[in-house]
Design a binder for this molecule. Structure first.
Ligand SMILES: Nc1nc2c(ncn2[C@@H]2O[C@H](COP(=O)(O)OP(=O)(O)O)[C@@H](O)[C@H]2O)c(=O)[nH]1
Ligand SMILES: [Mg+2]
Length: 410
């Protein structure tokens, strides 16, 4: 087979780039799966001025939280009605965390220190079924009673031991925040505030699209959901992407995948999968993904040929290493060695973060190539902090526009 020249690849890629900037909607099999959230009116915007950013990464890494922050920074605030819709989800999060903590007591052969908590937990289990399905009637009528039960169980020393060992089972990172605010949440007139909404854990099951205007440029962010069961849908969104924004959690290094996550993905539920390793594998798969490109016959290529090229070769790749706050908090008490055998102790927090960043960068197969290595930019982020996201996103925006201009100049 005649090797393709660099010129041929440039021609193909230029065509792809034109498609990328002119057609921003992804091809998809399943229209009903797409939820369009349009905080700003882009009605008269020429389509070629919209930049499509694919937001990917493992479940729970903070993708939706970052997009919620961006919505507030660049779009609009949550209305009271929208805030109210988060109340059942917050209560479900609390119920879920409490059940997981008590289940963990069995795992560690612990019992409640306070005998009365045994009965309290039983009555708690009796009222959770309707809550799980979003029915808050029972909760609203007895919220004072439930508040007392939840606080009593949360304060039980055995539950506290389980909380300290939370890296050994799945627990929502916002558990402590919600438990500390339980009195406020249990008030009948409670309406979630932005800080509460950012703490919500709500797995993204549909592909969600958000449009924002950032300093005059329209960006379309596509949040594809990170749970293993969602990943098969991603391929539908890969077309016309200008930037791949990969979000990973720095604090994942000593966490295991939950059994339920392994079960939905049909993996062996007894296998121990480290969350950061899962994130690294996913990043490696995505950035090294190859697509087939047809080359039409021309002067140098007499017959039509098919070649494999990197799907994201001419796509700006940006990595957000999120949950910086949790990483800094756990770094001194939990070693990075649990994930990386080659990690050498006694590093500073900054050095340790850089060590993780390099593990991601090394996933790129072009990393060692002197001529063709890709520039992958990374930022450490704390998604709950609006200032942090504002600053990082401004720099990402500049980088993408520079990248697009350079690609067009090629
Ligand atoms: N402490 C902390 N929690 C975060 C951060 N980013 C996200 N979270 C929490 O992590 C959970 C999962 O976040 P989410 O955005 O839903 O993850 P997604 O599955 O990637 O969309 C939520 O409870 C968030 O509040 C962060 O930087 N720090
Ligand atoms: Mg999400």
């Amino acid at each position: 087979m005649t090797p393709i020249s660099e010129q041929d690849v440039n021609i193909i890629e230029k065509q792809n780039l034109c498609q990328r900037v002119s057609g921003f909607f992804c091809s998809r099999d399943d229209e009903d799966d797409i939820e369009m959230i349009d905080p700003i009116d882009t009605g008269h915007t020429p389509i070629n001025q919209i930049i499509k950013i694919l937001v990917v990464g493992p479940g729970d890494s903070g993708k939706s939280t970052i997009l919620k922050q961006m919505r507030v920074i660049h779009g609009k605030n949550y209305s009271t009605d929208e805030c109210k819709k988060y109340k059942p989800v917050i209560i479900q999060n609390i119920v879920d965390s409490l059940i997981r903590l008590v289940d963990a007591m069995n795992m560690f052969n612990l019992c409640f220190e306070l005998d009365e908590n045994e009965m309290k937990y039983e009555s708690f289990l009796n009222f959770v079924e309707p809550i799980k399905s979003g029915d808050l009637n029972e909760w609203n009528s007895k919220s004072k009673e439930y508040c007392d039960i939840i606080q009593s169980i949360w304060n039980d020393p055995s539950v506290k031991i389980c909380y300290e060992r939370r890296n050994l089972f799945y627990l929502n990172d916002s558990t402590e925040y919600f438990m500390k605010n339980i009195s406020k949440i249990c008030l009948p007139q409670y309406v979630p505030e932005l800080d509460d909404i950012l703490r919500v854990r709500q797995p993204t099951t549909a592909i969600q699209e958000y449009k924002f205007r950032i300093s005059g440029t329209y960006f379309l962010f596509v949040d594809v959901g990170g749970q293993r069961s969602e990943r098969r849908k991603w391929i539908n969104c890969f077309e016309n992407v200008t930037c791949l924004l990969f979000v990973a959690s720095l604090s994942d290094y000593d966490l295991k995948m939950g059994r339920d996550e392994l079960r939905v993905s049909h993996s062996n539920e007894n296998e121990e999968v480290n969350r950061m390793r899962d994130g690294l594998d996913l990043f490696r798969t995505l950035i090294n993904w190859k697509k087939k490109v047809y080359i039409q016959p021309n002067r140098t290529v007499p017959k039509q040929e098919v070649v494999d090229v990197l799907l994201f070769e001419k796509v700006s790749i940006i990595l957000f290493l999120n949950k910086e706050d949790l990483f800094e908090e756990k770094f001194r008490r939990s070693s990075l060695k649990s994930c990386f055998k080659d990690y050498v102790e006694n590093k500073s927090v900054e050095e340790a973060k850089e060590f993780i960043a390099h593990k991601f960068i090394e996933c790129d197969n072009t990393f060692k190539s002197k001529r063709n290595s890709r520039d992958i930019y990374w930022h450490y982020t704390f998604a709950l902090d609006r200032k942090c996201i504002e600053t990082v996103v401004a720099s990402v925006k500049d980088r993408i526009i520079k990248f697009m201009l350079e690609s067009m100049r090629l």
